[in-house]
Design a protein around this ligand. Sequence first.
Ligand code: ASP
Length: 419
Amino acid sequence: MKQHMLFKVFIAMTLAALAGAFAGTEKTLFSVPLVDIFGLIGQLFLNALTLVVVPLVAASIITGTARMSSEHSFGSLGIKTFSLFIGTVILAVLIGWFFVTLLAPGEGHTMVLKEAFQNPAVSLNLEKQDAFTKISQIFLKLIPSNILAVASQGQMLGLIFFSLLFGFFIPKIEKGPSDVLLGFWKGLFQVMMCMTHLVMQALPIGVFGLFAKVVATTGLDSIKPIGFFFLTVLISLAIYALIALPLLLKFLGGVNPIRHFKAMGPALLTAFSTSSSAASLPISIECVERRAGVSNRITSFTLPLATTLNLSGTALYVCVATFFICQAYGIELSVSLQAIIILMSILTSFGMAGIPSASIVAIVMILHTAGLPGDGVALILAVERILDMFRTVVNVLGNTCCAVIIAKTEGEGHVLAHG
Ligand code: ASP
């Protein structure tokens, strides 16, 4: 059944590529542009997936934390999880830094790039702020003043903080109300997963709409002028996803990487077509639990956290893109400037929303912090949409690997073990 679904999704992607290339932005059906029809289909699918995300994140973190707080394993699992997140993000950023320095995609094209992309219309209108204001904004997001406002805006960092505390205290109150609360959040989690299951049936249609729109609006021509940057990002992502992560999976998780990749197929394809790791979360949970055999105890805690705190593909991309912009503008990359960019790429990826193009804001922030022109981001906008698809796949893959590795350290043997 699952292989059947993957097959359908591949067919949908092939049809989408053909339909998108045929339609472009001009062709119409009953005078409605085809690209708008593709967009509507894709957006409906994306909405349906995102619809469950806020209650799902709250319910799964609350139930996961409550369970661990009653077992007194909260501390050790929490430390392991955060260490693995930080470790993988640092690894990803260093791989990106290595390749962007080695291949130097922006160097040598300085003038050409500047002229080709000088576009005064592109300005992201972000005010210049000092470093203190930026850092304090991250803390203010972590501890918000109104949980309902946070939930309605889908701000994950505040929601996670509230859910961790809420779940932690559930087992500490009287047994009666504690059981009622736990039952409620468990029920909510299960209903959200059932809804996800239903939405997944529409995966091929949703993928078709999303992918056809990208092909129709972003032709391959946009890649050419900054093809070398495009390749540098893809090579770095590939080394991280196809070499570093499999090694971690094999040696830390005791899992056969190829079997893991296959098992995560639906989640990775969803990430590719939606460019949103938050929207892919329900399907990631489903894949890691049902196809990799990891317990709900681990997935309900690690995966929702990972969607905000472990965007390793994004951190890698932010690092490569910022270096590229500096190279293209001919800015001298002193050791301290390199260190600032690397550190900021790591920090800004924590707490970033897993939504399309979230990286762009981080890149502008880093450029400002380093005293560089934020408008430099215009250089990469042409390939932003396509690279977003790839880095989101890497984000989701990294998250599932972390979940499997943590499960192994907790003594869980699972179905994708060697052999
Ligand atoms: N689209 C990415 C995600 O959802 C975030 C980004 O890199 O822009 O994971």
